[in-house]
Design a protein around this ligand. Structure first.
Ligand SMILES: [Zn+2]
Length: 335
């Protein structure tokens, strides 16, 4: 089968054997894969992985073969998969049902071969059926949307949390925006791309700030919030250099939530966090059932987030156009 391999230096389209499935796995014919900031971080060498590895972890496809111990009714189902595989179901975290933090977990497309290939083998416990109303392309948003819901699972809001500033309007920022609006929050959306700000307006962001037009983002956000700062500030930029602006834009006793996984270390103003008693949150993979429900009910819309669709053969072109364009929200590889 054709697969996109990260060699440690670059990505290459290669022919590799179709994966064998264990008795607990299914074989999925991949139909669509989203390219994620994490994939770019790996390709740039910022996020260490053990090459050679097939990239890709936001995907959807069709089950074409089931292992001996798998419920045969999965066969022919349209599915997506969670990314944390190799779960032991026995460790400290598994006993607390925190499977995405299992000590033996491996992430698909990061630690083990991923979905930028014609076929992928995954364990049956990772599968979720895709509702009929979603195309395979739209279904690739289930994984990142689950991560957007996880923002609020990890950071319960209190009644004084009314205004959320979101820095970075890529796929994750625009999904968090939609989930936050469904919770009644007032949104200040920040990005440098007019196209992304336009999308944020479409999703009913209350204030849109083009960062290129402001001398100081914290000052601008204070101007919009009675000189206080936002109650909650979310980092979805993928750029560690803006973290101090993000901290400074948060009101005293407010919440700062970091979503970026760029793989880079950065100095942050811890003193400001301590003196103003800010709470620092973070979150990663989330509840697929909530994401599927959000899409199925029509509350969350993803069609407009698809910026470009490429064939697997054109992966290099897809990556290079993604790196060049600041307006790109989501590139999908269709198979
Ligand atoms: Zn475990």
């Amino acid at each position: 089968m054709k697969a996109v391999i990260y060699t440690g230096k670059e990505i290459r389209l290669k022919n590799v054997p179709v994966p064998e499935i264990s008795e607990f796995q299914v074989l999925i014919k991949v139909k669509a894969v989203g390219i994620c900031g994490t994939d770019l971080a790996i390709i740039k060498g910022h996020l260490p992985v053990k090459p050679p590895i097939i990239l890709g972890h936001e995907f959807a496809g069709e089950v074409i073969k089931v292992g001996k111990s798998v419920d045969p009714s999965w066969e022919n189902k349209r599915v997506t998969s969670e990314i944390n595989t190799n779960i032991d179901f026995t460790c400290f975290y598994c006993q607390k049902k925190l499977y995405t933090q299992c000590i033996s977990r491996k992430a698909i497309g990061i630690d083990v071969d991923g979905a930028l290939a014609e076929y992928i083998a995954v364990e049956d416990y990772l599968l979720h059926e895709i509702p009929d109303c979603l195309t395979f392309e739209e279904a690739t948003f289930i994984e990142p949307l689950a991560a957007a819901y996880q923002t609020f699972e990890m950071m319960p809001l209190d009644p004084s949390d009314k205004i959320m500033a979101i820095f970075g309007l890529g796929k994750l920022g625009l999904l968090i925006l939609q989930v936050a609006k469904s919770k009644g929050l007032e949104i200040i959306a920040v990005d440098g791309s007019e196209k992304k700000l336009e999308l944020a307006r479409n999703f009913n962001a209350d204030h849109c700030i083009n960062r290129h037009e402001e001398k100081s983002l914290p000052d601008k956000i204070k101007e919009l919030t009675n000189d206080l700062g936002a109650d909650v500030v979310v980092d979805a930029t993928g750029n560690p250099n803006v973290l101090n602006d993000i901290i400074a834009s948060c009101r005293t006793r407010g919440k700062v939530h970091v979503k970026s996984t760029h793989g880079l270390a950065t100095p942050i103003n811890l003193t400001d966090i301590v003196v103003r008693e800010l709470t620092l949150y973070s979150s990663r993979c989330g509840p697929f059932d909530k994401a599927i429900e959000g899409l199925n009910s029509g509350q969350i819309k993803v069609k407009k987030l698809i910026s470009a669709v490429f064939n697997l053969e054109d992966i290099e072109q897809a990556i290079s156009s993604l790196e060049k364009s600041r307006d790109n929200v989501k590139t999908i590889i269709k198979l």
